[in-house]
Design a protein around this ligand. Sequence first.
Ligand code: FE2
Ligand code: FE2
Length: 182
Amino acid sequence: MTNTLKQFENTPLPSELVADLRSDHAGETGAVAIYGGILAVSRDPEVRRFAEAHRETERVHLAFFEEWMPGSTHSRLLPVWRAAGWSLGAFSALFGRNSVYRTIAAVETFVEKHYEEQIDKMEGNPEFAALTDKLKAFCAEEVEHRDDAAGRLSPPSGVAARFWSRIVGTGSSVGVALARRI
Ligand SMILES: [Fe+2]
Ligand SMILES: [Fe+2]
């Protein structure tokens, strides 16, 4: 791995960037938990394979932020993000595979935008080149997750589905806003 997280060890980072990374760490914590919730409820082999494969990627994402971010910079609400993620996954799995895929597609649509915004802020700054590359790689994997979920969704998606996607997107925005601060 050419990434040198250590390069930031003695560099005081802008608080805006620390806030962004805190929300990334919180988000990846929630992402691992979502799949835990799905796997706790679903007995559908296709859904379980989907969730297990995605969870592996989310664990790699989480491990990156875990390794880099000292505990003092973590969100103090991590138990909340774990519980919220797990509940979201478990709840969607209660309604079957379409509901799981719709939830993941909505979450990853949000996550792509979230990472893109951060990448835009850091792009062109050589000090953050390694971190930017890492976030780009993660973002590409989130897009794969989104496309994988969306591709498995069987149409039609009606008003209720759009409403649910909107709730998931709004919930994610609220989570990020909180995790940036607390
Ligand atoms: Fe992720
Ligand atoms: Fe993801």
